[in-house]
Ligand binder design. Sequence first.
Ligand SMILES: [Cu+2]
Length: 119
Amino acid sequence: MLDKRFYRLIYLFVAVALLAGAGDLHAQETKTFQITAKKYDYIPDTIKVNQGDKVVLQATATDREHSIGIKSYNIDRELPKDEMVTIEFVADKKGEFTISCTKLCGWGHFGMKAKLIVS
Ligand SMILES: [Cu+2]
């Protein structure tokens, strides 16, 4: 007859297997995006990631100085002209967030927006 310790070992293996499986579902991925900012657009204008992903934005303003602001993520980075700026953050909040230019850049400035979708 098998003793209790053996069953305990089995439970332990099952628990570890379940935890490992759950870990896979939420595995953190690094998602890198090249973004171009120019009057008055971001290209691409939509960035989709999963909650928990590490997001790397490599952004370049090509016509003049702009910026990238994502309020809910406390991000506000200037983009000097023709200089790639790397912005890294973990997408820990679900939802749709507005990416906007916080540097007054001309008549279309207030419409210079993109979207971050974290699902
Ligand atoms: Cu602007």
